[in-house]
Ligand binder design. Structure first.
Ligand code: SAM
Length: 199
């Protein structure tokens, strides 16, 4: 199975088995996976789960492919595509056990705040489409306004999502390249985790 996943059709919902052969295995998705450190680290640690990275920058897609291939990780793949479209339209419904959004682009200017994924109803509706009941959305960001926006957005959806505790080192969760970079220059990382309750 090639490490690069190219959808057979970009204009219809994918079937789970088109991405990974066995739909009974848990599927985790890393949105904007950068150089693939997280995807490759998780896939090596959890061979019983499948991992799909989504990234638009070609150089980063190629780095992720190299990590997957060097590690001979048959449970990891990378797709070069736009994340919002992927969540809203492409991923199969009720298929994802955990969706990770790690150090997303912060869009710091006020006039660009609407571009933050967590501010978009289409993204939040997409989460409810693709997550399995009990599935989780996990967010890490160094950017305080982004984090506040996420808390505010999910607060309006308490009927669908429950915020869960997430203590540091509660479970295996490798630091991403951007996270390490921010920590090295003394910035702190906010993290939050929500469970989709499917109401
Ligand atoms: C700040 S970096 C974080 C990368 C990685 N998650 C990490 O923490 O090291 C954000 C990543 O998301 C990708 N990205 C941003 N917007 C995207 C979009 N709409 N579709 C796909 N990838 C996107 C960027 O190319 C970049 O690699």
């Amino acid at each position: 199975m090639p490490s690069l996943f190219i959808p057979p059709d970009h204009f219809r919902e994918l079937r789970h088995e088109e991405i990974f052969a066995d739909p009974s295995r848990p599927l985790e998705v890393d949105l904007g996976c950068g150089d693939g450190t997280f995807v490759a680290g998780m896939a090596a640690q959890f061979p019983e789960r499948d991992f799909l990275g989504v990234e638009r920058m070609l150089g980063r897609v190629e780095k992720t492919m190299r990590k997957i291939e060097r590690g001979q990780l048959s449970n990891a793949r990378i797709m070069r595509l736009e994340t919002a479209y992927t969540v809203a339209w492409l991923l199969p419904r009720t298929s994802v056990t955990r969706l990770h959004l790690l150090c997303p682009d912060p869009w710091p200017k006020k006039k660009h705040a609407a571009r933050r994924m967590v501010n978009q109803d289409e993204f939040l509706d997409g989460l409810t489409r693709i997550l399995i009941p009990g599935g989780e959305f996990l967010l890490k960001t160094d950017d305080a306004p982004y984090f506040e926006d996420a808390l505010a957005s999910f607060a309006t959806r308490e009927h669908q999502f429950t915020r869960l505790e997430w203590a540091e080192d509660e479970f295996f969760y490798p630091k991403t390249d951007f996270e390490k970079g921010w920590l090295n220059i003394g910035r702190s990382i906010n993290r939050a985790r929500w469970r989709y309750d499917a109401h």
